[in-house]
Each structure stands twice: as structure tokens, then as C-alpha cells.
Design a protein around this ligand. Structure first.
Ligand code: ATP
Length: 583
């Protein structure tokens, strides 16, 4: 991936995290509750309200299927003996109708159950993602969308497919029981064939599970690449790399096709093996039954019934479909579990003590995997002061900004506001005290007013909009502040103003990460003055030397460490410091 694309992606993730935190702040739901890990069995249990109906319909259908050969046998024997076959024929017809009715009930209930389960899984995943802004970055957006859409749909079949698997096992087992009842020798011949069928199914289940897991992972991978490419579509068009990007997005296509073919190969192989194992079981039963009829120990009707039970029990048809559904569902549940089991950002219970909004970083280290993003960062911004955070691209400024508002937690060290470590603070206290505005804010909410001040009274939203120069823009819209957010056309600068209005409401600390970079200098200066007049503490990530010069303190970052802190005028004598602003 190019450096530009990597930055683009990193920004998208930051925006997603910012949006997640916004939503987390809007919703007062408590985070951090430990929940059980998601497993196939757990998804089955979540569907338990609807499973009895599916199970009852399947069971009744299976029993009807099992009874049918006996009813037919009775009819044949009655006809052969010149008796009245009307009752067994009527019973057989009733059993056929029962089977149809059970199928209808089962498929309707299974559809409702699957739809409910998919909705529940999707809601759970979205809630967890939004509740874990500090962990969201480990997933690619497209991959997440694939898990939430196709993945949840596959996983949602867990309940019906588990019940279906149990129900599908009933005819072979029931056949075995009936054959024992007819004659144990029939059952022994059948059991040999059934064991072969079971081995075929077991192998098929293993192969299908592996193929399904790989297929879904490849799907997620391609979706991730596509989302990245769509994010950077303008860059790609401008760079003239359309062909290369298209190839990159579709890189996984051969693998996807291969995993799809593997599923079909497994199915074909199972079919071929079944073509041997199934008839073997039937032939075995028929041979034994032939001897028994010849010896007068079995009637003609019972011979017919034995043959039907042997075929029913050894038939793989419906079993392969159910085994494949279970395998797909298990694979999807495993992928969803990675999202489901994200621990939500936990909040403390402490109230924020009174104070001016002083911010302290104490030996803060932040890592991403093996990589150290920030190391031993220590500085203090006195309450009401402005600190500029400067440094070359990639020096860790945005990471520091996110850590200051607790979108990330340090791996070691501590960030404190007015002496209180951020993780100890109650969610509402923390989120009303601090806010972050970024260069590309992720705006959330139904209307423009929601985006500017989630849950805030209109006069506060308007005051914030006026302070950041977004009021005129809002009043020009068809429904002003009530304009639905998706219908608000906005430039980069206007989006930044909306993001600033949203951040404005924090009452102690505002962190601005390049948040006025798309505004003209005069507008940016006015916003700066308005912010300064509020007396709130500001941490401003910037490449603007004039802004750094006006700050009370500059924190100069290099390679994730504090290179120096001090007034801009003093640092300016260092040519390397000046080089940070060279552009
Ligand atoms: N989740 C992550 N995993 C791995 N590396 C990361 C992650 N997040 C950030 N980085 C890397 O950490 C470094 C610091 O990133 P950061 O965004 O904080 O830099 P920055 O100083 O704000 O850069 P810029 O001015 O270009 O926005 C970069 O090299 C970035 O690629």
C-alpha cells in the first residue's frame, strides 16, 4: 500500500474511532460489562424461544417419515392377504400430508428464527464496535461490513441447522430401531452400512468447515480492499492507477474461487462415497431380508418396509445440506466472535473533581502490536492554557491527541485531568469534560443539530455553531439545523466547523487535531480566539507556526518521544524544530 493510502486508511480508522466515541458519548449505556464469549452453542441458545416449534415440526415430520414404510407395509400385506387395505392406505396418506405440513411449519419458523438471530447478532456487533473505540482499529472496515452482513446471515442459521441436524439423525437411528424390531440380523447389516455413511459425513463436515472458514475470510479480505479503494477513489483516479487498484482489490478472487470449489469438491466426493456406502447398506439389508423371507421369518410387506428403511437411513441427501449449513454457521460464528468478544472500553465511577482542566501525561507509552507509537511521554498543560503539539508526519501527534481524550488507553503510564486518571472517571463525567475535533470529523446523528451537539438544547447548539462560524452555513440549509445530516452538502472546511461545534461543548479540555486545517487563516484565528475566551484548556495539534507561537507551551514530538517542550520562541532557534513547519 502506498504511503498516501496508508495515511488515508489510518485517518479513516481514526474517524471511525472518533465517531464511535461520539456515539458512545451520546448513548449513556454503560460499558465494560463482561459477557460470555460467543460460540456456536451460544447462538443456538439465543434462539431457544423459537427452536421448540422448529424441533417439534422436525420431530413430527421425522416420525411421520419413519412410520410411512410401516403403514405401506401393512397395506401391501393386507392386499396380499386379500383383506381391507383402506385404513393403512388412509394412514399412509395422512402421514404424507403430515410431512408436508411439518415441512411448511419448520421452514416458516426457521426463516423467522434466522432473521431474528441475524438482527440480534448485527445489533450486538455494532454495539460492541461502537463501545470499543480503542480496539476498532484492528479490523478493516470492509472486513467488518462483511462480518456484519453476510457473516451474521450465515451464523444466524445456527439454531435451525442444529435442530435440523438432530432431526436429520432421527430417520437413520429410527430405521435402526425399526429394523431391530423386525429382525436383529437386518439391523446388523444396516449398522455396517450406517457406519460407512457416518464416516463419509464426518469427512465432509471437516472439509466443508475448513473451506467455509477460508471462503469467509477471503470474502472479508476482498471487502476490506474494496473499502480502502473506495475511500481513496479520488486519489486513485488522480494517480491514474485504476488498473493496478482494480487488480489489487480482486487479488483474492482466485483464492475465493478456490475455496468455493473446495466446497463443491467436498460435496462431490461425499456424493461419490455415499453412492457406494448407501447402496451397500441397502443391498446388505436386502440380502439378509431375502434370506429371512425365504425362511418364512419376514413377510413380503416387511421386506418392502426393510428396504425402504435401509434406503431412508443410508440416504445422504438431506444430511449433506444440513452438515454444510452447520459448517458455514460455525465458521461465521467464529469470525463474528472476534468482534463480539471485543472488550468494551470500561469506565470508572469517580466523579471529576472541580478544577481548571489541567492535563498531565505521565510516562505514557502507547503500542500497536510490536510497534511503539508513543514512548515515555511526560508533560503538563496547566488549566486554561493552550499547548501546541508539533512534529513531523508520523511522529505520534494524533496518537497523543486520542490518548488525551481516552480514545486510546496507554499501555503504561497515565493521563490525568485535574489529578484524576482518565480510566477512573465515570463515562458521563469524562465525556462532558473532554472532546476531540479532527481534520476529517466523522459526523453522526439524524440532523445537523444532532451532529453539532448530540442531545443538546437548541440554544447551546446554536451558540456553539456561532462560535465556530457554522451558524450562517446552517441557516442557509432548507431546514436549517433540522436538515437531515445525509442531506447536508458540506465542504471539508464546513465539515470541520461542524466537528468543532460538536467538540465545543466539552467544559474542560478541547483537543484539536489539525481541526482547522481546511479553513482560511482568518476563520481559524477567529475560532482560536473564541476558544481562548472560554478559558478551557486546549491541546492543539498543528503544523502552523503562528498557532504554535500563540500557544503557552509547545510539545515537540519526534519518533513518538518528546523531543522538547517549551515556548515556541525558544524552540525556534533549533533548525530541526523550524523544519517541522517548513511546509
Ligand atoms: N493502529 C496502528 N498500528 C500501527 N501503526 C500505527 C497505528 N496507528 C498509528 N500508527 C503509526 O504510528 C505513527 C504515528 O501516527 P500518528 O497518526 O499519531 O502520527 P501523526 O504525527 O499524527 O502523523 P500526521 O501528522 O501525518 O497525521 C505512524 O507511523 C502511524 O503509521
Amino acid at each position: 500500500m502506498s504511503g498516501a493510502a496508508a495515511r488515508e486508511r489510518s485517518r479513516t480508522m481514526t474517524d471511525a474511532a472518533t465517531g464511535a466515541a461520539t456515539t458512545a458519548a451520546i448513548q449513556a449505556a454503560s460499558g465494560g460489562a463482561a459477557e460470555r464469549p460467543l460460540t456456536f452453542g451460544a447462538v443456538v441458545r439465543q434462539s431457544r424461544a423459537r427452536l421448540p416449534l422448529i424441533g417439534a415440526a422436525s420431530l413430527l415430520g421425522s416420525l411421520g417419515t419413519l412410520a410411512l414404510p410401516l403403514a405401506l407395509a401393512a397395506a401391501v400385506d393386507a392386499i396380499a392377504a386379500g383383506g381391507d387395505a383402506r385404513i393403512p392406505v388412509a394412514i399412509a396418506a395422512g402421514l404424507v400430508l403430515l410431512g408436508v405440513a411439518c415441512d411448511l411449519v419448520e421452514s416458516t419458523a426457521a426463516t423467522t428464527c434466522t432473521a431474528d438471530a441475524a438482527a440480534r447478532l448485527r445489533t450486538g456487533m455494532v454495539r460492541r464496535l461502537l463501545g470499543a473505540p480503542h480496539r476498532i482499529g484492528r479490523f478493516d472496515t470492509g472486513d467488518l461490513v462483511a462480518r456484519i452482513s453476510a457473516g451474521a446471515a450465515d451464523a444466524a442459521h445456527a439454531g435451525p441447522s442444529a435442530v435440523g441436524a438432530v432431526a436429520a439423525a432421527l430417520p437413520p437411528l429410527g430405521s435402526l430401531v425399526v429394523l431391530i424390531w423386525l429382525d436383529w440380523r437386518l439391523a446388523a447389516a444396516f449398522a455396517v452400512g450406517l457406519t460407512l455413511v457416518a464416516l463419509v459425513l464426518r469427512l465432509f463436515a471437516k472439509q466443508t468447515a475448513t473451506a467455509a472458514l477460508h471462503y469467509q475470510a477471503a470474502q472479508g479480505d476482498m471487502a476490506a480492499r474494496l473499502t480502502e479503494a473506495l475511500d481513496g477513489a479520488r486519489t486513485i483516479a488522480a494517480a491514474g492507477t485504476l488498473g493496478a487498484e482494480t487488480r489489487r482489490v480482486l487479488t483474492g478472487l482466485p483464492a475465493l474461487a478456490e475455496h468455493g470449489r473446495a466446497t463443491w469438491r467436498a460435496l462431490a466426493a461425499a456424493g461419490a462415497r455415499a453412492a457406494v456406502a448407501g447402496p451397500l447398506a441397502t443391498i446388505g439389508v436386502l440380502v439378509v431380508a431375502g434370506f429371512l423371507v425365504a425362511g418364512g421369518r419376514l413377510s413380503t410387506g416387511e421386506l418392502l418396509a426393510a428396504a425402504q428403511y435401509a434406503m431412508m437411513g443410508a440416504g445422504l441427501g438431506s444430511l449433506t445440506g444440513i452438515v454444510a449449513a452447520v459448517a458455514r454457521s460455525r465458521a461465521a460464528v467464529a469470525r463474528i466472535a472476534e468482534v463480539h468478544d471485543l472488550s468494551a472500553m470500561s469506565y470508572g465511577t469517580d466523579a471529576l473533581p472541580d478544577g481548571p482542566g489541567s492535563l498531565a501525561f505521565r510516562e505514557v507509552t502507547v503500542r500497536a502490536g510490536d510497534r511503539v507509537l508513543l514512548q515515555d511521554i511526560t508533560f503538563t498543560v496547566p488549566g486554561g492554557a493552550t499547548a501546541a503539539v508539533v512534529g513531523k508526519a508520523g511522529s505520534g501527534k494524533s496518537t497523543l491527541a486520542e490518548t488525551a481524550v481516552r480514545l486510546r488507553d496507554p499501555d503504561s503510564g497515565e493521563v490525568a485531568l485535574d489529578g484524576s486518571p482518565l480510566p477512573a472517571l465515570a463515562r458521563s463525567d469524562l465525556r462532558t469534560a473532554v472532546s476531540l475535533a479532527t481534520a476529517r470529523p466523522a459526523l453522526a446523528g439524524a440532523t445537523l443539530a444532532d451532529a453539532m451537539g448530540p442531545g443538546r438544547p437548541r440554544d447551546e447548539v446554536r451558540a456553539a455553531a456561532e462560535a465556530v462560524g457554522a451558524h450562517d452555513f446552517a441557516t442557509r440549509l432548507p431546514a436549517a439545523y433540522d436538515t437531515p445530516l445525509p442531506e447536508v452538502p458540506m465542504s471539508g472546511g464546513e465539515a470541520q466547523r461542524i466537528g468543532l461545534a460538536r467538540a465545543w461543548h466539552a467544559d474542560r479540555l478541547l483537543v484539536l487535531d489539525d481541526a482547522t486545517s481546511s479553513l482560511d487563516l482568518l476563520s481559524a484565528d477567529r475560532i482560536e480566539e473564541a476558544l481562548a475566551a472560554t478559558g478551557r484548556t486546549r491541546l492543539v495539534v498543528t503544523y502552523d507556526a503562528a498557532l504554535a507561537a500563540r500557544a503557552d507551551l509547545v510539545v515537540w514530538l519526534a519518533d513518538g518521544r518528546v523531543r522538547a517542550t517549551g515556548p515556541h520562541d525558544v524552540l525556534w532557534s533549533n533548525p530541526e524544530y523550524r523544519a517541522v513547519f517548513a511546509r
